[in-house]
Design a protein around this ligand. Sequence first.
Ligand SMILES: [Zn+2]
Length: 221
Amino acid sequence: MKNIMFIAPPAAGKGTQADLIVEKYNIPHISTGDILRDIAKEDSEIGNYVSEVLSNGGLVKDDITNQLVEQRLKKPDCKNGYIIDGFPRNIEQAKIYDSILNRLGYDVGYVFLININEKDLEKRITGRRICENCKAIYNINSENNVPKIDSTCDICGGRLYQRKDDNIEAFQTRYKLYLEKTEPIIEHYRKQGVLYEIDGNHTVEEVFKQIDSIISGDGRN
Ligand SMILES: [Zn+2]
């Protein structure tokens, strides 16, 4: 099994696709968010630093993140492939990731770029509603995900709410930032011949089918 990386705009369904791959192929899902939250619980110099940055809502220094990612990828559960998530965030980190892979003797594997048109993303984000009780997620702009009763959770009857940053203005800011930061990363992997473009304007199942046919089409790795 090759390693897997996703490049996708906010609300493109990257997390859901990662979950489906984990379920089918039983490889670890390495997220920098999880790594940082774990280390923050440790009583060490790095642990205390990360804990402080996270509780202030800041960004952990790149060299610390890089070091923690490398340590995590060294663990035996990563030897047969993994999904890396939240890393690299910029072109500098992409280059550092190359050298980490080099040191560990790993390949970058598949870099899946999920393409979705901007209007669709906007609809997904502005239509998203979350149950305040069980956290189930609905979308009032998507036919197969509308709650049966207005503003009420199908599962538990809880009240549905909209997250503050699920509005058009916040989306456009995040989307612009995404394009700026990721364009150079996309080019970096395109040049390496490891970029696979996925049409994300489909249901979860259809998107997964595209990804899975690339993974399984390669036979045994
Ligand atoms: Zn609910």
